[in-house]
Design a protein around this ligand. Structure first.
Ligand code: SAH
Length: 344
């Protein structure tokens, strides 16, 4: 059955006409689906019972089951969602003073195999559909009864490896009759899929692009991220420069600080050479230790020293605050997968 959440307003209009209904019903239904986030067609109270029935016979509403919900001491919530086909994904809601941010998944598992990331260990199962990407935000909004104002595509999966569905999901989230989350409140993080970065530059998106750089030289980056053997640092940086030139938008570089691997003075100096003069922002993330992981986080002093070297050289740098680590909700920790029958 077709997932009604995958459809944009125009498609829904066409579908309703085909079902012998009036076109204007589409807007009503779209609002129920994408703004209110109803959990069943029966909640669409301004539609006739017949129409609700017809919808339920023709469409899947794509409502996730909350299998588990963990709340951190800092207010961060980790959701474990069950999809209609039994697959399981995770999303994390973080509470900041300026509003709630959700970190969402784009795939069941991931192909990238980054050495520091727990999601890599799930292996790849399948892409999420646009509706499934959006449902994470809807389900969390309905459950928390709070508005979610920011969305980061930084959960499980590689967003640019599921390009079309991710783009469509951003448009659905942006829609004025949907959650109306402005493009500027959306960030998308990639491990550096060069052709897709270049493609994205032409989309006229307002979203912020984040690049998981993590190292200033190929030898180190390849040891952390196998994708670097496919698209190396100079290719990624080149694509970023083109992206900035076309969009005039600032790029964020994420840099997970790993003790003794990429946190030396030498690395800082190489990073300066690489990024100096670019319209960018560097986000230093103390790497989160994962089960059986080989990496330890750099100590706080070292991270601050690294930051200071970069800042002295005119780069814009922040150190990411760690949220939710007590519930394994921090970066790279999203992996709990019951289909694997809890090998961990
Ligand atoms: N595949 C995309 C998005 C998902 S990962 C990407 O690679 O960007 C989101 C961010 O978390 C990336 O910057 C990723 O490198 C980082 N990350 C993954 N595991 C981590 C860990 N254990 N500690 C800190 N950051 C991690």
């Amino acid at each position: 059955m077709k997932n009604i959440k995958d459809l944009n307003l125009e498609e829904l209009e066409n579908e309703l006409i085909e079902l012998g209904e009036k076109k204007f019903r589409a807007k009503q239904i779209f609002k129920w689906v994408h703004n209110v986030g109803v959990r069943s067609f029966d909640e669409m109270t301004d539609l006739s019972i017949e129409l609700r029935k017809k919808l339920s016979l023709n469409y899947d509403l794509c409502v996730f089951k909350i299998l588990d919900k963990l709340v951190s001491v800092d207010g961060t919530i980790k959701y474990l969602f069950e999809l209609n086909d039994g697959n399981i994904i995770e999303s994390v809601v973080m509470r900041y003073k300026h509003g709630n941010t959700i970190c969402i998944s784009t795939q069941v598992g991931c192909k990238m195999g980054c050495k520091f990331c727990a999601s890599a260990k799930i292996g790849f199962v399948r892409d999420l559909t646009p509706g499934e990407i959006v449902e994470q935000v809807l389900c969390a909004t309905v459950d928390t009864k709070e508005r979610i104002s920011n969305v980061v595509y930084m959960g499980i999966g590689e967003p640019l490896d599921n390009y079309d569905n991710v783009l469509r999901s951003i448009k659905l989230l942006n829609h004025p009759h949907g959650l109306n989350i402005g493009g500027r409140h959306v960030s998308l993080s990639t491990s550096g899929i060069v052709p897709k970065i270049l493609k994205l530059a032409d989309e006229e998106l307002q979203a912020t692009l984040a690049i998981s750089l993590h190292a200033p030289e190929d030898k180190i980056r390849s040891s952390m991220m196998p994708v670097n053997d496919r698209y190396n640092i100079s290719q990624v940086i080149d694509a970023c420069k083109k992206y900035i030139e076309k969009t005039n938008r600032r790029i964020t570089f994420e840099y997970a600080m790993v003790d003794g691997v990429n946190d030396t003075k030498e690395c800082a100096e190489k990073l300066i050479k690489l990024l100096k003069g670019m319209l960018c922002h560097i986000n230093l993330i103390p790497v989160n230790k994962i089960k059986d992981g080989i990496y330890e986080k750099s100590d706080k002093k070292n991270i601050e020293r690294f930051r200071d070297i970069l800042m002295k050289n005119g780069l814009t740098v922040t150190i990411r605050r760690e949220l939710g680590s007590d519930i394994e909700a921090a970066c790279g920790q999203l992996r709990r997968n019951r289909m694997q029958k809890e090998s961990d």
